[in-house]
Design a protein. Structure first.
Length: 303
């Protein structure tokens, strides 16, 4: 008898919990759904009549193309076509699945990729080492972007990111275009890139946080940490940069030259941190400590 009562009590609690969820306003349910992968968001349409169309109001799209649960192209197209605007887009593409599942698009032989035209996006993340054709439309509302792609012609892509305030960039490209103005960029995380990475300092006058993750860039046989000193001191160094981090610092001639230049010219710098696994780390620190820093308040840290 007691066991029956306990089971009935458990069932009543489960029903009550289900009722509580059904009483949530649409705004709260949409907020919860926005944190789920898109394949799971679409699946909620089978729960009840109320949920049947609720997923169509989601403005966040997360595509995970990796096994064991690749999102099919048909679901991708259904999700995107079902809404008038998408504010957050996250793409994780797997070469084996992307080539097979996105093939319905009409394109020349040997061309694989896509065009993203989403002017309402505020948050954008993409990681794609396979596609050889990528085009981004204008994204005037973009605030945060994470881009990790292979690209032979980066002009259009960087031009679409100019409104962002936070940018994580791993652009596998033989060069960086000049005169791409990131007027609103506050935080930049720069991964393996070309010797022209210093161009971004000139193009981001309000940059406050700079984090470098530079390594050998094997595809183009070029050292990512190569340094071409600007002809004039970038505005971000003279007026805005406060936080500077350099991961995988090895103390090569080019790296030392770049580090010394930034320390000497960053007038507002509050903290500079260098991360190194080199056995010569102590000597590297002593050398940088001898640099006349542009900011008297700058704290130099070696990890």
């Amino acid at each position: 008898m007691r066991n029956q009562n306990r089971r009935r009590g458990t069932m009543r609690n489960q029903i009550r919990r289900r009722d509580l969820v059904s009483e949530f306003p649409d705004e709260l349910l949409l907020k919860i759904l926005s944190f789920l992968p898109s394949k799971d968001v679409v699946a909620t349409s089978a729960i009840s009549k109320r949920w049947k169309s609720l997923w169509k109001e989601i403005k966040t799209f997360r595509n995970d193309d990796t096994p064991p649960y690749p999102l099919t192209f048909q679901m991708f197209a259904l999700f995107v076509r079902s809404r008038s605007s998408v504010e957050s887009l996250q793409l994780k593409l797997n070469p084996n699945y992307s080539r097979r599942l996105i093939n319905p698009l009409s394109r020349p032989e040997g061309v694989h990729g896509f065009v993203i035209n989403a002017p309402s996006l505020t948050c954008f993340s993409i990681k794609d080492s396979y596609s050889n054709y990528l085009r981004f439309g204008n994204m005037p509302e973009l605030v945060k972007a994470s881009v990790n792609i292979v690209c032979d012609q980066p002009e259009d892509i960087l031009g679409s990111l100019v409104s962002t305030r936070y940018l994580s960039l791993c652009l596998h490209s033989p060069y960086l275009p000049l005169a791409t103005s990131f007027l609103f960029l506050d935080h930049l995380e720069l991964y393996s890139c070309t010797s022209q990475w210093c161009n971004l300092l000139k193009d981001a006058p309000k940059l406050r946080v700079l984090k470098l993750y530079l390594r050998q860039y094997s595809q183009y046989n070029e050292t990512a940490a190569s340094w071409n000193q600007p002809n004039s001191i970038p505005e971000c160094l003279s007026s805005h940069l406060e936080i500077f981090e350099w991961r995988h610092y090895n103390g090569t001639d080019q790296e030392r030259e770049a580090a010394k230049y930034i320390l000497a010219n960053a007038s507002c710098l509050k903290k500079a941190t260098f991360y190194s696994k080199s056995a010569m780390k102590h000597d590297m620190l002593k050398e940088l400590e001898c640099v006349a820093r542009g900011s008297n308040a700058c704290m130099l840290v070696f990890e």
